[in-house]
Design a binder for this molecule. Structure first.
Ligand SMILES: Nc1nc2c(ncn2[C@@H]2O[C@H](COP(=O)(O)OP(=O)(O)OP(=O)(O)O)[C@@H](O)[C@H]2O)c(=O)[nH]1
Ligand SMILES: [Mg+2]
Length: 312
């Protein structure tokens, strides 16, 4: 039994996800819909509108509601049953995005470039991934490619220490592509397995940011034409629809191989992940529900759909 004054046990990852997404589930407007008894035209319409409001995207919303109504139209349905079926359909849509980040050990080092607009969680995500990889026995080097913000280097050093990973950094203002190049050379010499490259989220302007990313990718190819082996875009779940524009903009600068969605514990608009999964055939490698290492976990479609709809 817990003693007086002792901190409550930390909520499990799923509980935190569910709690965060309860805000989305609130916007799903399911509470109103779920009191209805018949799956009639009005209910189907209301469900479709609720899914669109929750950022799932109009096409996906229509497909999901059509699938649910098919064969059940005008039937009586309990709220719990409707929620269960909805979760099942959303999980089906999300299933192709459930792909872990696989480190190909034949690539040594395996180079991961991490991009995203400012504040989405790039640096902390790198720290968390470094810790996980370290625990799996990988020798990790973090390249502090955000040379724009001095504090980013310090932030990485804290994570690096925790993860037992070397942090390769230069003075603020250094050329990011040059730093990435030297970091990769260093990684080759030191027998490093994985290089994680942090990047700036804010430069003078968007064109500058995209140009720098493209340059980093080009420059490291001089050492390894197959690098970067993974390019992750970190998205903040609270930005909603804007995530779509971000994927498009970054894809144009450097071909993305996967997504990470953070801050699903906040005022999350979790439905956007469904829209992203259908619009872009990109894996979602990790989702985040907080600031500590354990708050970043591989994406599991079924659990996410259940949390989003409040089905579990
Ligand atoms: N609540 C919550 N906070 C998070 C999560 N992930 C990151 N953060 C916080 O978001 C803030 C920004 O994270 P950073 O990792 O510095 O973001 P960044 O993309 O590197 O930012 P810039 O370097 O400024 O572009 C920090 O305070 C993190 O602790 C998450 O899943 N949930
Ligand atoms: Mg950063």
């Amino acid at each position: 039994m817990r003693q007086f004054g002792e901190a409550p046990p930390p909520a499990t990852f799923f509980e935190r996800l569910k709690e965060g997404l309860a805000k989305s589930a609130g916007t799903l407007g399911l509470a109103d819909i779920l009191v209805r008894k018949k799956l009639d035209a009005e209910t189907v319409q209301a469900l479709e509108e609720a899914l669109i409001r929750a950022d799932l995207g109009a096409m996906t919303a229509r497909e999901i509601t059509a699938t649910i109504a098919r064969g059940r139209y005008d039937e009586d349905i309990s709220g719990a049953e409707l929620r269960r079926i909805l979760a099942e359909e959303i999980a089906r849509v999300l299933a192709p995005a459930e792909k872990p980040l696989v480190i190909d050990r034949s690539k040594k080092p395996f180079v991961v470039l991490v991009a995203g607009v400012n504040g989405t969680g790039k640096t902390t995500t790198i720290g968390k991934i470094a810790s996980k990889l370290g625990r799996d026995g990988h020798k990790v080097l973090i390249a502090a490619g955000d040379t724009f913000r001095a504090a980013a280097i310090e932030q990485l050093q804290v994570w690096g220490k925790r993860a037992d990973a070397e942090v390769f950094a230069r003075a603020p203002g250094a050329d990011a592509a040059g730093l990435a190049f030297d970091a990769l050379m260093r990684a080759r010499q030191s027998g490093t397995d994985v290089v994680l490259i942090d990047t700036a989220g804010r430069l003078q302007n968007k064109a500058g940011l995209m140009a720098e990313l493209g340059k980093i990718a080009r420059v490291i190819k001089k050492i390894d034409p197959a690098a970067p082996h993974a390019v992750l875009l970190v998205l903040d779940a609270t930005t909603g629809q804007n995530a779509i524009v971000q994927v498009e903009a970054f894809s144009a600068a450097v071909p993305l191989t996967g997504l990470v969605m953070t801050k699903l514990d906040g005022s999350a608009k979790g439905g956007i992940l469904v829209a992203l999964a259908t619009k872009f055939a990109l894996p979602v490698h990790f989702i985040g529900v907080g600031e500590s290492e354990d708050d970043l976990q591989p994406f599991v479609a079924d659990a996410f759909a259940k949390a989003l709809t409040g089905a579990a």
